[in-house]
Design a protein around this ligand. Sequence first.
Ligand SMILES: NC(=O)c1ccc[n+]([C@@H]2O[C@H](COP(=O)([O-])OP(=O)(O)OC[C@H]3O[C@@H](n4cnc5c(N)ncnc54)[C@H](O)[C@@H]3O)[C@@H](O)[C@H]2O)c1
Length: 428
Amino acid sequence: MKNQTIAVIGIGYVGLPLACLAADKGYQVLGVDINQKLIDKVNKAQVPFKDDLVKKLLKKTVQSGNLKASNDFKLLKKVETIAVCVPTPVDENYQPDFKPLISAVQRIKENLVKGQLVIIESTINPGVCEEIVLPILEQGGKKVGKDFYLAHAPERINPGDPKWNVSNLPRNVGALSKTGLKKAAQFYRDIIDAPINEMQSIKEAEATKTIENAFRDINIAFINEIAKSFDQLGIDVVDVIKGASSKFSFMAHWPSCGVGGHCIPVDPYYLIRKAETVGFSHDFLKLARQINNHMPKYTVELYQDELNKVGLAVKGTKTAVLGIAYKADIDDTRESPAFEIIEELKKMGADVLTYDPLVLEKSTEKSLKQTLKKAQALLIVTDHSEFKEKLDGQTLKKNNIKVVLDGKNCLDKEDIVKAGVNYKGIGR
Ligand SMILES: NC(=O)c1ccc[n+]([C@@H]2O[C@H](COP(=O)([O-])OP(=O)(O)OC[C@H]3O[C@@H](n4cnc5c(N)ncnc54)[C@H](O)[C@@H]3O)[C@@H](O)[C@H]2O)c1
Protein backbone atom coordinates (compact mmCIF):
# COMPACT_ATOMS: atom_id res chain seq x y z
CA MET A 1 0.00 0.00 0.00
CA LYS A 2 3.06 2.21 -0.13
CA ASN A 3 1.88 4.19 -3.17
CA GLN A 4 -1.80 4.39 -2.30
CA THR A 5 -3.20 7.73 -1.30
CA ILE A 6 -6.24 8.82 0.65
CA ALA A 7 -7.58 12.11 1.95
CA VAL A 8 -9.74 12.14 5.07
CA ILE A 9 -11.95 15.23 5.22
CA GLY A 10 -12.77 16.09 8.85
CA ILE A 11 -10.11 14.79 11.24
CA GLY A 12 -12.17 14.68 14.44
CA TYR A 13 -13.18 11.73 16.62
CA VAL A 14 -14.00 9.63 13.53
CA GLY A 15 -11.63 10.96 10.86
CA LEU A 16 -8.37 11.08 12.82
CA PRO A 17 -8.38 7.42 13.97
CA LEU A 18 -9.14 6.41 10.36
CA ALA A 19 -6.34 8.63 9.04
CA CYS A 20 -3.86 7.22 11.59
CA LEU A 21 -4.88 3.64 10.83
CA ALA A 22 -4.57 4.04 7.03
CA ALA A 23 -1.20 5.79 7.47
CA ASP A 24 -0.01 3.00 9.74
CA LYS A 25 -1.00 0.45 7.08
CA GLY A 26 1.22 2.24 4.56
CA TYR A 27 -1.19 4.65 2.87
CA GLN A 28 -0.06 8.21 2.17
CA VAL A 29 -2.74 10.09 4.11
CA LEU A 30 -3.81 13.70 3.88
CA GLY A 31 -6.10 14.93 6.64
CA VAL A 32 -8.12 17.93 5.46
CA ASP A 33 -9.96 20.10 7.94
CA ILE A 34 -11.20 23.67 8.37
CA ASN A 35 -9.92 23.90 11.96
CA GLN A 36 -6.39 25.35 11.74
CA LYS A 37 -5.61 24.69 15.42
CA LEU A 38 -6.45 21.02 14.94
CA ILE A 39 -4.32 20.83 11.78
CA ASP A 40 -1.34 22.36 13.59
CA LYS A 41 -1.70 19.94 16.48
CA VAL A 42 -1.89 16.91 14.21
CA ASN A 43 1.16 18.03 12.21
CA LYS A 44 3.07 18.41 15.48
CA ALA A 45 1.88 14.89 16.45
CA GLN A 46 0.03 16.28 19.48
CA VAL A 47 -2.99 14.10 20.30
CA PRO A 48 -5.93 16.54 20.12
CA PHE A 49 -8.46 14.49 22.11
CA LYS A 50 -8.52 11.34 24.21
CA ASP A 51 -8.33 8.32 21.90
CA ASP A 52 -6.14 5.29 22.53
CA LEU A 53 -5.57 4.39 18.86
CA VAL A 54 -4.64 7.98 17.97
CA LYS A 55 -2.32 8.07 20.98
CA LYS A 56 -0.65 4.90 19.74
CA LEU A 57 -0.34 5.81 16.06
CA LEU A 58 -0.25 9.59 15.61
CA LYS A 59 3.40 10.23 16.43
CA LYS A 60 4.58 7.21 14.47
CA THR A 61 2.62 8.07 11.32
CA VAL A 62 3.41 11.80 11.36
CA GLN A 63 7.12 11.10 11.89
CA SER A 64 7.18 8.51 9.08
CA GLY A 65 5.71 11.15 6.77
CA ASN A 66 2.65 9.01 5.99
CA LEU A 67 0.22 11.41 7.68
CA LYS A 68 -0.05 15.13 7.05
CA ALA A 69 -2.85 17.56 7.76
CA SER A 70 -3.83 20.64 5.76
CA ASN A 71 -6.65 23.08 5.06
CA ASP A 72 -5.84 23.09 1.34
CA PHE A 73 -8.64 21.32 -0.52
CA LYS A 74 -6.72 21.60 -3.82
CA LEU A 75 -4.48 18.81 -2.52
CA LEU A 76 -7.49 16.51 -2.97
CA LYS A 77 -6.56 16.35 -6.66
CA LYS A 78 -3.53 14.25 -5.73
CA VAL A 79 -5.32 11.37 -3.99
CA GLU A 80 -7.12 8.25 -5.22
CA THR A 81 -9.68 7.98 -2.42
CA ILE A 82 -11.47 10.63 -0.33
CA ALA A 83 -13.24 9.69 2.92
CA VAL A 84 -15.66 12.27 4.34
CA CYS A 85 -15.94 12.33 8.15
CA VAL A 86 -17.49 15.75 8.80
CA PRO A 87 -20.19 16.32 11.47
CA THR A 88 -23.88 15.68 10.76
CA PRO A 89 -25.63 17.44 13.67
CA VAL A 90 -29.21 18.62 14.16
CA ASP A 91 -30.25 22.24 14.62
CA GLU A 92 -32.23 23.65 17.57
CA ASN A 93 -35.46 22.30 16.04
CA TYR A 94 -33.98 18.82 15.69
CA GLN A 95 -33.74 19.18 11.91
CA PRO A 96 -30.72 17.56 10.18
CA ASP A 97 -28.01 20.13 9.47
CA PHE A 98 -26.31 19.12 6.22
CA LYS A 99 -24.20 22.28 5.94
CA PRO A 100 -20.81 20.70 6.86
CA LEU A 101 -21.45 17.76 4.52
CA ILE A 102 -22.60 19.95 1.62
CA SER A 103 -19.65 22.27 2.07
CA ALA A 104 -17.14 19.37 2.11
CA VAL A 105 -18.74 17.76 -0.96
CA GLN A 106 -18.65 21.08 -2.84
CA ARG A 107 -14.91 21.33 -2.21
CA ILE A 108 -14.51 17.74 -3.46
CA LYS A 109 -16.45 18.60 -6.63
CA GLU A 110 -14.13 21.56 -7.33
CA ASN A 111 -11.12 19.25 -7.15
CA LEU A 112 -12.54 15.95 -8.42
CA VAL A 113 -10.26 14.06 -10.80
CA LYS A 114 -11.08 11.10 -13.01
CA GLY A 115 -11.21 7.73 -11.28
CA GLN A 116 -11.44 9.03 -7.72
CA LEU A 117 -13.43 7.14 -5.11
CA VAL A 118 -15.46 9.26 -2.67
CA ILE A 119 -16.61 7.50 0.51
CA ILE A 120 -19.03 9.17 2.89
CA GLU A 121 -18.40 7.93 6.43
CA SER A 122 -20.50 10.55 8.25
CA THR A 123 -23.80 9.27 9.64
CA ILE A 124 -26.66 10.07 7.25
CA ASN A 125 -30.21 8.93 6.63
CA PRO A 126 -31.14 6.72 3.67
CA GLY A 127 -31.17 8.79 0.48
CA VAL A 128 -28.53 11.41 1.32
CA CYS A 129 -25.82 10.04 -0.98
CA GLU A 130 -28.15 9.95 -4.00
CA GLU A 131 -30.22 13.05 -3.24
CA ILE A 132 -27.66 15.47 -1.77
CA VAL A 133 -24.09 14.25 -2.39
CA LEU A 134 -24.38 12.88 -5.94
CA PRO A 135 -26.07 15.92 -7.56
CA ILE A 136 -23.26 18.15 -6.25
CA LEU A 137 -20.50 15.83 -7.46
CA GLU A 138 -22.11 15.54 -10.91
CA GLN A 139 -22.57 19.32 -11.28
CA GLY A 140 -19.31 19.63 -13.24
CA GLY A 141 -20.54 17.12 -15.86
CA LYS A 142 -18.68 14.11 -14.43
CA LYS A 143 -20.72 10.89 -14.14
CA VAL A 144 -20.73 8.47 -11.23
CA GLY A 145 -19.56 4.94 -12.08
CA LYS A 146 -17.65 6.32 -15.07
CA ASP A 147 -15.64 9.37 -14.03
CA PHE A 148 -15.70 8.82 -10.27
CA TYR A 149 -17.15 6.42 -7.70
CA LEU A 150 -19.38 7.10 -4.71
CA ALA A 151 -19.69 4.82 -1.68
CA HIS A 152 -20.99 4.96 1.87
CA ALA A 153 -19.39 3.16 4.82
CA PRO A 154 -20.92 4.36 8.08
CA GLU A 155 -18.42 4.55 10.94
CA ARG A 156 -19.23 2.66 14.13
CA ILE A 157 -16.51 3.69 16.56
CA ASN A 158 -17.36 4.08 20.20
CA PRO A 159 -14.89 6.56 21.73
CA GLY A 160 -13.36 5.38 24.99
CA ASP A 161 -14.07 1.71 24.22
CA PRO A 162 -10.99 -0.32 25.19
CA LYS A 163 -11.91 -3.23 22.88
CA TRP A 164 -13.60 -1.91 19.76
CA ASN A 165 -12.02 0.72 17.52
CA VAL A 166 -11.77 1.56 13.83
CA SER A 167 -9.21 -1.21 13.27
CA ASN A 168 -11.37 -4.14 14.41
CA LEU A 169 -15.03 -3.19 13.91
CA PRO A 170 -16.87 -4.96 11.07
CA ARG A 171 -18.15 -2.53 8.44
CA ASN A 172 -21.02 -2.25 5.98
CA VAL A 173 -20.25 -0.72 2.61
CA GLY A 174 -22.67 0.33 -0.14
CA ALA A 175 -21.96 2.07 -3.45
CA LEU A 176 -23.57 3.37 -6.61
CA SER A 177 -21.74 1.00 -8.97
CA LYS A 178 -20.16 -2.44 -8.82
CA THR A 179 -16.65 -1.02 -9.36
CA GLY A 180 -17.23 1.60 -6.65
CA LEU A 181 -18.35 -1.12 -4.25
CA LYS A 182 -15.31 -3.31 -4.98
CA LYS A 183 -12.90 -0.39 -4.62
CA ALA A 184 -14.44 0.81 -1.35
CA ALA A 185 -14.62 -2.69 0.15
CA GLN A 186 -10.98 -3.27 -0.86
CA PHE A 187 -9.88 -0.09 0.90
CA TYR A 188 -11.47 -1.24 4.18
CA ARG A 189 -10.13 -4.79 3.77
CA ASP A 190 -6.64 -3.28 3.37
CA ILE A 191 -6.77 -1.53 6.71
CA ILE A 192 -9.40 -3.23 8.90
CA ASP A 193 -9.04 -6.57 10.62
CA ALA A 194 -12.75 -7.51 10.57
CA PRO A 195 -15.41 -8.60 8.05
CA ILE A 196 -16.37 -6.02 5.42
CA ASN A 197 -19.96 -6.54 4.30
CA GLU A 198 -20.86 -5.46 0.76
CA MET A 199 -24.46 -4.19 0.81
CA GLN A 200 -26.94 -4.38 -2.08
CA SER A 201 -27.29 -0.62 -2.33
CA ILE A 202 -25.93 2.63 -0.95
CA LYS A 203 -29.34 3.37 0.60
CA GLU A 204 -29.25 0.12 2.57
CA ALA A 205 -25.77 0.98 3.87
CA GLU A 206 -27.08 4.39 5.00
CA ALA A 207 -30.05 2.71 6.68
CA THR A 208 -27.90 0.29 8.70
CA LYS A 209 -26.28 3.01 10.77
CA THR A 210 -29.56 4.85 11.28
CA ILE A 211 -31.29 1.79 12.68
CA GLU A 212 -28.30 0.72 14.81
CA ASN A 213 -28.45 3.98 16.72
CA ALA A 214 -32.26 4.18 16.73
CA PHE A 215 -32.27 0.68 18.25
CA ARG A 216 -30.04 1.88 21.07
CA ASP A 217 -32.06 5.03 21.64
CA ILE A 218 -35.32 3.07 21.89
CA ASN A 219 -33.86 0.53 24.31
CA ILE A 220 -32.41 3.26 26.50
CA ALA A 221 -35.76 5.07 26.47
CA PHE A 222 -37.52 1.85 27.50
CA ILE A 223 -35.20 1.34 30.46
CA ASN A 224 -35.40 5.03 31.43
CA GLU A 225 -39.18 4.67 31.52
CA ILE A 226 -38.86 1.52 33.63
CA ALA A 227 -36.53 3.40 35.99
CA LYS A 228 -39.08 6.19 36.42
CA SER A 229 -41.82 3.68 37.11
CA PHE A 230 -39.61 1.79 39.61
CA ASP A 231 -38.81 5.06 41.38
CA GLN A 232 -42.52 5.24 42.19
CA LEU A 233 -42.83 1.54 42.97
CA GLY A 234 -39.74 1.43 45.18
CA ILE A 235 -37.94 -1.25 43.14
CA ASP A 236 -34.21 -1.14 42.42
CA VAL A 237 -33.93 -1.14 38.60
CA VAL A 238 -30.22 -2.08 38.60
CA ASP A 239 -30.88 -5.26 40.57
CA VAL A 240 -33.80 -6.06 38.27
CA ILE A 241 -31.74 -5.58 35.08
CA LYS A 242 -29.02 -7.84 36.48
CA GLY A 243 -31.66 -10.48 37.23
CA ALA A 244 -33.34 -10.17 33.83
CA SER A 245 -29.95 -10.45 32.12
CA SER A 246 -29.79 -14.15 32.92
CA LYS A 247 -32.49 -14.69 30.28
CA PHE A 248 -30.86 -15.63 26.92
CA SER A 249 -32.75 -13.00 24.92
CA PHE A 250 -32.52 -10.04 27.33
CA MET A 251 -30.10 -7.31 26.35
CA ALA A 252 -29.15 -5.07 29.26
CA HIS A 253 -29.46 -1.31 28.79
CA TRP A 254 -29.02 1.07 31.70
CA PRO A 255 -31.00 4.13 32.75
CA SER A 256 -29.23 7.45 33.29
CA CYS A 257 -29.55 11.19 33.67
CA GLY A 258 -29.54 11.64 29.89
CA VAL A 259 -28.29 10.47 26.51
CA GLY A 260 -25.38 12.47 25.09
CA GLY A 261 -22.80 12.41 22.32
CA HIS A 262 -22.86 13.16 18.63
CA CYS A 263 -24.73 9.96 17.67
CA ILE A 264 -27.58 8.49 19.75
CA PRO A 265 -29.46 11.73 20.54
CA VAL A 266 -28.94 13.01 16.97
CA ASP A 267 -29.11 10.20 14.41
CA PRO A 268 -32.73 9.08 15.04
CA TYR A 269 -33.90 12.54 13.92
CA TYR A 270 -32.30 11.96 10.51
CA LEU A 271 -34.61 8.97 9.96
CA ILE A 272 -37.62 10.65 11.59
CA ARG A 273 -37.33 13.71 9.30
CA LYS A 274 -36.61 11.67 6.16
CA ALA A 275 -39.64 9.44 6.76
CA GLU A 276 -41.82 12.54 7.25
CA THR A 277 -41.00 13.60 3.68
CA VAL A 278 -42.83 10.49 2.45
CA GLY A 279 -45.69 10.86 4.93
CA PHE A 280 -44.54 8.28 7.47
CA SER A 281 -44.49 9.08 11.17
CA HIS A 282 -41.90 7.22 13.29
CA ASP A 283 -44.03 7.42 16.47
CA PHE A 284 -41.92 4.93 18.42
CA LEU A 285 -38.68 6.80 17.65
CA LYS A 286 -40.24 10.16 18.46
CA LEU A 287 -41.44 8.89 21.84
CA ALA A 288 -37.99 7.46 22.60
CA ARG A 289 -36.40 10.83 21.84
CA GLN A 290 -38.98 12.58 24.01
CA ILE A 291 -38.36 10.23 26.98
CA ASN A 292 -34.57 10.46 26.70
CA ASN A 293 -34.60 14.23 26.22
CA HIS A 294 -36.58 14.59 29.45
CA MET A 295 -34.06 12.70 31.63
CA PRO A 296 -31.93 15.71 32.67
CA LYS A 297 -35.02 17.52 34.03
CA TYR A 298 -36.23 14.35 35.73
CA THR A 299 -32.80 13.96 37.37
CA VAL A 300 -32.97 17.47 38.80
CA GLU A 301 -36.49 16.70 40.14
CA LEU A 302 -35.11 13.61 41.91
CA TYR A 303 -32.26 15.70 43.29
CA GLN A 304 -34.68 18.27 44.65
CA ASP A 305 -36.72 15.54 46.39
CA GLU A 306 -33.59 14.06 47.99
CA LEU A 307 -32.40 17.43 49.24
CA ASN A 308 -35.84 18.09 50.74
CA LYS A 309 -35.60 14.80 52.66
CA VAL A 310 -32.58 16.14 54.59
CA GLY A 311 -34.12 19.57 55.04
CA LEU A 312 -32.27 21.32 52.22
CA ALA A 313 -33.65 23.19 49.20
CA VAL A 314 -32.01 23.36 45.76
CA LYS A 315 -31.86 27.11 46.21
CA GLY A 316 -28.66 28.02 47.97
CA THR A 317 -27.29 24.46 48.27
CA LYS A 318 -23.68 24.12 47.17
CA THR A 319 -24.17 21.49 44.49
CA ALA A 320 -21.22 19.81 42.79
CA VAL A 321 -22.04 18.51 39.32
CA LEU A 322 -19.48 15.76 38.76
CA GLY A 323 -18.80 15.11 35.08
CA ILE A 324 -19.37 17.25 32.01
CA ALA A 325 -18.38 14.71 29.32
CA TYR A 326 -21.28 12.70 27.95
CA LYS A 327 -19.77 9.38 28.97
CA ALA A 328 -17.06 7.74 31.06
CA ASP A 329 -13.39 8.46 30.59
CA ILE A 330 -13.65 10.56 27.44
CA ASP A 331 -13.42 14.34 26.99
CA ASP A 332 -16.27 14.81 24.47
CA THR A 333 -19.05 17.06 25.84
CA ARG A 334 -21.28 17.20 22.76
CA GLU A 335 -24.99 16.93 23.67
CA SER A 336 -23.99 16.10 27.24
CA PRO A 337 -26.91 16.12 29.72
CA ALA A 338 -24.57 18.07 32.06
CA PHE A 339 -25.39 21.37 30.37
CA GLU A 340 -29.16 21.13 30.83
CA ILE A 341 -28.74 19.84 34.39
CA ILE A 342 -26.46 22.77 35.28
CA GLU A 343 -28.86 25.23 33.65
CA GLU A 344 -31.86 23.79 35.54
CA LEU A 345 -30.00 23.86 38.86
CA LYS A 346 -28.96 27.46 38.32
CA LYS A 347 -32.52 28.43 37.37
CA MET A 348 -33.63 26.98 40.70
CA GLY A 349 -31.03 29.01 42.57
CA ALA A 350 -28.46 26.31 43.37
CA ASP A 351 -24.88 27.35 44.02
CA VAL A 352 -23.32 25.18 41.30
CA LEU A 353 -19.73 23.91 41.24
CA THR A 354 -18.54 21.72 38.37
CA TYR A 355 -15.69 19.27 38.08
CA ASP A 356 -14.66 16.93 35.28
CA PRO A 357 -11.08 15.57 35.35
CA LEU A 358 -11.06 15.33 31.54
CA VAL A 359 -12.81 18.65 30.86
CA LEU A 360 -11.02 20.99 33.24
CA GLU A 361 -11.44 23.98 30.92
CA LYS A 362 -15.21 23.85 31.49
CA SER A 363 -14.96 23.00 35.22
CA THR A 364 -15.14 25.56 38.01
CA GLU A 365 -13.02 23.30 40.26
CA LYS A 366 -9.62 21.79 39.51
CA SER A 367 -9.66 18.65 41.67
CA LEU A 368 -12.11 16.22 43.23
CA LYS A 369 -10.64 16.90 46.66
CA GLN A 370 -11.26 20.64 46.33
CA THR A 371 -14.79 19.99 45.03
CA LEU A 372 -15.70 17.70 47.93
CA LYS A 373 -14.43 20.22 50.45
CA LYS A 374 -16.74 22.93 49.10
CA ALA A 375 -19.88 20.94 48.22
CA GLN A 376 -22.89 20.04 50.34
CA ALA A 377 -24.38 17.63 47.82
CA LEU A 378 -23.29 15.84 44.63
CA LEU A 379 -25.03 15.24 41.33
CA ILE A 380 -23.10 12.70 39.25
CA VAL A 381 -23.50 13.10 35.50
CA THR A 382 -20.54 11.05 34.20
CA ASP A 383 -19.29 7.68 35.44
CA HIS A 384 -15.60 8.58 35.14
CA SER A 385 -13.19 6.08 36.74
CA GLU A 386 -11.98 8.73 39.19
CA PHE A 387 -15.48 9.07 40.67
CA LYS A 388 -16.05 5.31 40.88
CA GLU A 389 -12.70 4.76 42.55
CA LYS A 390 -12.74 7.63 45.03
CA LEU A 391 -16.34 8.30 46.01
CA ASP A 392 -16.91 5.73 48.75
CA GLY A 393 -19.17 6.14 51.77
CA GLN A 394 -16.41 7.11 54.21
CA THR A 395 -14.96 9.79 51.91
CA LEU A 396 -18.40 11.31 51.42
CA LYS A 397 -19.12 11.23 55.14
CA LYS A 398 -15.73 12.77 56.01
CA ASN A 399 -16.46 15.63 53.62
CA ASN A 400 -19.90 16.14 55.14
CA ILE A 401 -21.75 15.44 51.87
CA LYS A 402 -25.46 15.31 52.65
CA VAL A 403 -26.92 13.94 49.39
CA VAL A 404 -25.61 12.01 46.38
CA LEU A 405 -27.78 11.92 43.27
CA ASP A 406 -26.11 9.27 41.14
CA GLY A 407 -27.20 10.03 37.57
CA LYS A 408 -25.22 7.05 36.21
CA ASN A 409 -25.94 4.51 39.00
CA CYS A 410 -22.18 4.04 39.17
CA LEU A 411 -21.45 4.26 42.92
CA ASP A 412 -21.81 1.65 45.66
CA LYS A 413 -25.27 2.44 47.02
CA GLU A 414 -25.03 0.13 50.04
CA ASP A 415 -21.65 1.48 51.12
CA ILE A 416 -22.86 5.08 50.86
CA VAL A 417 -26.11 4.44 52.71
CA LYS A 418 -24.19 2.53 55.41
CA ALA A 419 -22.02 5.62 55.94
CA GLY A 420 -25.21 7.58 56.65
CA VAL A 421 -25.19 9.62 53.45
CA ASN A 422 -28.46 10.06 51.55
CA TYR A 423 -28.17 8.21 48.19
CA LYS A 424 -30.50 8.20 45.20
CA GLY A 425 -29.89 6.71 41.76
CA ILE A 426 -32.00 6.72 38.60
CA GLY A 427 -34.59 4.03 39.34
CA ARG A 428 -32.84 2.87 42.52
N1 LIG B 1 -18.04 10.57 17.51
C1 LIG B 1 -18.52 9.33 17.37
O1 LIG B 1 -18.54 8.54 18.31
C2 LIG B 1 -19.05 8.86 16.04
C3 LIG B 1 -19.20 7.47 15.84
C4 LIG B 1 -19.66 7.02 14.62
C5 LIG B 1 -20.03 7.94 13.65
N2 LIG B 1 -19.91 9.28 13.88
C6 LIG B 1 -20.27 10.19 12.80
O2 LIG B 1 -19.06 10.64 12.18
C7 LIG B 1 -19.19 11.99 11.72
C8 LIG B 1 -18.11 12.85 12.33
O3 LIG B 1 -18.25 12.88 13.73
P1 LIG B 1 -17.06 13.27 14.70
O4 LIG B 1 -17.49 12.85 16.06
O5 LIG B 1 -15.77 12.80 14.16
O6 LIG B 1 -17.12 14.85 14.59
P2 LIG B 1 -15.97 15.88 15.02
O7 LIG B 1 -16.63 17.18 15.24
O8 LIG B 1 -15.13 15.28 16.10
O9 LIG B 1 -15.03 15.98 13.73
C9 LIG B 1 -15.46 16.54 12.53
C10 LIG B 1 -14.33 17.36 11.94
O10 LIG B 1 -14.80 17.85 10.69
C11 LIG B 1 -14.32 19.18 10.54
N3 LIG B 1 -15.15 19.86 9.56
C12 LIG B 1 -16.38 20.39 9.72
N4 LIG B 1 -16.84 20.88 8.55
C13 LIG B 1 -15.87 20.64 7.64
C14 LIG B 1 -15.74 20.93 6.27
N5 LIG B 1 -16.72 21.51 5.60
N6 LIG B 1 -14.59 20.57 5.63
C15 LIG B 1 -13.59 19.95 6.32
N7 LIG B 1 -13.66 19.66 7.62
C16 LIG B 1 -14.78 20.00 8.28
C17 LIG B 1 -14.36 19.77 11.92
O11 LIG B 1 -13.49 20.87 12.04
C18 LIG B 1 -13.94 18.57 12.78
O12 LIG B 1 -12.56 18.55 13.01
C19 LIG B 1 -20.61 12.40 12.11
O13 LIG B 1 -21.47 12.17 11.03
C20 LIG B 1 -20.95 11.45 13.25
O14 LIG B 1 -22.34 11.27 13.38
C21 LIG B 1 -19.40 9.75 15.05
